[in-house]
Write a protein that binds this ligand. Sequence first.
Ligand code: T4K
Length: 371
Amino acid sequence: MLQENKQITVTSPLLPDLEEFNQLLREIWDSKWITNNGCFHQKLEIALADYLKVPYISLFTNGTLPLITALQALRITGEVITTPYSFVATTHSLWWNGIKPVFVDIDPTTCNLDPNKIEAAITPRTTAIMPVHCYGRPCDTERIQEIADQYGLKIIYDAAHAFGVEVNGESLLKAGDMSTLSFHATKVYNTIEGGALVMHNEQVKKRIDYLKNFGFAGETTVVAPGINSKMDEVRAAYGMLNLKQVDQAIDARHQVANLYRERLCSVSGVRFFDDMPNIRHNYSYFPVFINAEQYGMTRDELYFKMKERGILGRRYFYPLISTFSTYRGLESSSLNNLPCAVKMADSVICLPMHHGLTSRDVERVLDSIIK
Ligand code: T4K
């Protein structure tokens, strides 16, 4: 395909060097130990805890099961306050635990749960808050913690987008009671499919490790109705290799973000986020928000125009989770309750953002918006 006709996708996976991966596969083949807390699984947990600057981490087979498992581990029941502006997995994890999601509106400057609106949604059945660090941009963790402390609620952060994000040099993943990560192919750091739970102490890690292995605490003892969400050795080995190059990938993403910002700042009707002070961002997504009146075209018109030119941005997160059939009957799903989320979902396009974009690719993306 001609370079100029090549499709530019919203993301592209960071892949380890194939030769190096083959060497690790050879080791796995020789050992004949391919899953169940193998050598690479153990190594990757240590390496990730170190890289992410967190005390304890437990690997999972994707980013959805840690959400479901964290809710089980903390025995969350009743109602949980959450955001409608996320990937469906966030809310589905509540549903799979028989918990009623209560949607609260977002703050338009961050796209994250608006802390000022949380208290009004708390009822005697509320047991926890499940915020999302959307696009890897940190929630107001201090304010959310204050509210949780005052009302005796737990906090589970869906940090699927927040790999490596730091606030004042500290891992964002330390906030709340637990944080979950996704290592899906489309994420900044991937293990093909994969994920993790980050916790603060050894006892909790032990319990999570039981829960992700059917509840087994030893050969013949089952302490809980656990599930199987263990990461296998092949993906753990792949993850070890990708960890070596993730910083370089984040730097490359940063450069793409800078190029986008340089040109888009003069385009009327296109809003984007700047970096936040004292944050190490991971540039996992580059959302832009289209004001149709000022820009002269609706978000969808632009989205399809870009598509015709081979620029495959994505409307993450449209439609809102609260509009899906399972959730639309909930009282909190009323559009009047979620004006900012509705506005953001109706105006967003995530531009292509990954480590492999060339300056020519970026130019083509920008031309499709500007020209
Ligand atoms: N919480 C949040 C906040 C999340 O965003 C997610 C997942 C989760 C929880 C759950 O984590 P996981 O259980 O998934 O680990 C994608 C991902 O499947 C999903 O992981 C992600 N969020 C969500 C935001 O996006 P799709 O349906 O948009 O992906 P897809 O297949 O259309 O891929 C998008 C583009 O990426 C393609 O056009 C090209 C590129 N791509 C994709 C894949 C899979 C590749 O180049 N190679 C690939 O192998 O959902």
